[in-house]
Every structure is written in structure tokens, then in C-alpha cells.
Design a protein around this ligand. Structure first.
Ligand SMILES: Nc1ncnc2c1ncn2[C@@H]1O[C@H](COP(=O)(O)OP(=O)(O)OP(=O)(O)O)[C@@H](O)[C@H]1O
Length: 235
């Protein structure tokens, strides 16, 4: 079986404006694929196109060989979870209730449990009965990442998960990405911080004007300073 999430000549539109232009991307299960690029180039739109959150898509999006189509909740059921930039938790539910709801989302196995989530994010352990709306920004981000893992998806799409976070939280997010990879989850990471991308990434893409203009595996990036220069230019 082809264990990859693939975008093949994908164009995406908001109303009449075309944002993605024949974009190609391939993410394997158990790998971290980083999307880099300057602001407004289409990174978030790429994640939204995968989830069916843009007005129109042309081209082919496939999940392990099957077309990924239909409404967002159906795509989630097929095994893709998006962690958007806005870090939305269910504010009036407790941390524990937020986690329980996430577990019911995909129904695709129960490998990653609440015990695993609190081991990864000990700060959440102390706050399980607290209303999620009262958590700090960093704690809320841990909760949304924990919820993504608890849905036991095949792929997680992370949109700038460390933006504005203190170093301790960034480390926790890094560990959670590594934990997800070790569970054979494929990850798309949109990340402005090159050090973080380099710390966890297996493959690197640069998106410019809605197209992938660069696609290099980790070994090539580490071996060639000229490639690293290109990545630094879009940080
Ligand atoms: N709902 C929308 N309707 C119309 N245009 C939009 C919409 N959302 C985004 N765009 C436009 O699509 C383009 C790509 O935006 P996108 O958010 O995908 O970029 P990005 O690479 O993720 O940038 P950033 O790092 O700033 O989040 C931008 O020009 C943006 O203004």
C-alpha cells in the first residue's frame, strides 16, 4: 500500500482568487514534512485544501491511495487531523473532557491514550479538571496538540504550532512531534522557525506563490550549505 498523503497538481481557490497553483506535495506516514515559505505564500491554504476548507480545489488529493474528498469531518474520519493556528479549545469543558471528545473523533484505533497525553504534557496532568478556557496560551496549545494525538489519526497537520510560545512549551511540542512520528503518524509542519524545522524534519518544501519551488530531504539539506541558504531566506 502507498502510505502517503499526496497532493498532485492541486489548485485551490477562495472565491475567484486562485491561491494554490498546481502544487505537488508528498508526505509519508512516520515522517515529518516541513512547509516553509514567506508570509502569504499559501502554506495555511495547503493545509486547508487537504481538509476541504477552501472554496474549490482542482487536482488530486489522496490518502494512502484513496481520494481524500468530501466534507471536513469525513476527511478527519479518514485519518487526517488539522491543528490550526488559532488554538481553539472547548473553553467551557475541562481539559479531561476536551481530551475525551477528541478520542471520539476518528474512531480509528485507540493507540494514544489520555495517560500518554499527560506523560507527554505533565502540565496538563495537574490541570485535568480545570476549564480549558482558563489555561494559559501555551497550555492551550499543548491541549490542542494532545487532542490531535488522541484522535489517533494517520496524519497530523500542524500550522505554526510554536508561534509565540516560551522555550519550555516549544520543547514539549518538539517532543510531541517526535512521539507522533514514532507512532507512524505522518506530519505536515508549517513552521517559521528554521531551528525547530531542522530539529524534527525529514523532508523540506518551500512554497512560493502557491507552488512548491523546492523539495529536499534532510540529508541533502545537511550536506549542502547552498540549500540551507535558500531555507534561511524564507525564514
Ligand atoms: N479566506 C480567504 N479568502 C481570500 N483570500 C485568502 C483567504 N485566506 C487566505 N487568503 C489569501 O491567500 C494567500 C495565502 O494565504 P495563506 O494563509 O495560505 O499563506 P501562508 O503562507 O500560510 O502565510 P502566513 O505565514 O502569513 O500564514 C494570501 O494572499 C491570503 O491573503
Amino acid at each position: 500500500m502507498n502510505n502517503a498523503l499526496e497532493l498532485d497538481n492541486v489548485s485551490a481557490f477562495y472565491g475567484a482568487s486562485q491561491i494554490l497553483q498546481l502544487l505537488n506535495l508528498r508526505v509519508e506516514q512516520g515522517k515529518v514534512t516541513c512547509l516553509l515559505g514567506l508570509n502569504g505564500m499559501g502554506k495555511t491554504t495547503t493545509l486547508k485544501a487537504i481538509m476541504g476548507l477552501v472554496d474549490r480545489v482542482e487536482g488530486r488529493i489522496t490518502l494512502n491511495g484513496q481520494p481524500l474528498v468530501g466534507r471536513t469531518h469525513l476527511r478527519a474520519r479518514m485519518g487526517v487531523t488539522l491543528v490550526p493556528e488559532d488554538r481553539k479549545v472547548f473553553a467551557s469543558l475541562t481539559v479531561h473532557e476536551n481530551m475525551t471528545v477528541a478520542q471520539q473523533l476518528t474512531g480509528s484505533g485507540k493507540d494514544f491514550l489520555i495517560e500518554d497525553a499527560v506523560r507527554l504534557f505533565p502540565r496538563l496532568q495537574e490541570r485535568l479538571e480545570q476549564k480549558a478556557g482558563t489555561l494559559s496560551g501555551g497550555e492551550q496549545q499543548m491541549l490542542v496538540v494532545a487532542r490531535a494525538l488522541l484522535a489517533n489519526p494517520s496524519y497530523i497537520l500542524l500550522d505554526e504550532p510554536t508561534e509565540g510560545l516560551a522555550p519550555d512549551y516549544v520543547d514539549a511540542i518538539k517532543e510531541s512531534i517526535q512521539a507522533a512520528r514514532s507512532r507512524n503518524i505522518g506530519i505536515i509542519l508549517v513552521e517559521q522557525s528554521l531551528p525547530l524545522a531542522l530539529a524534527v524534519g525529514d523532508d523540506f518544501y518551500i512554497i512560493e506563490n502557491g507552488q512548491t519551488i523546492f523539495n529536499e530531504p534532510r540529508d541533502a539539506v545537511m550536506a549542502d550549505p547552498a540549500i540551507l541558504e535558500k531555507m534561511l531566506a524564507v525564514e
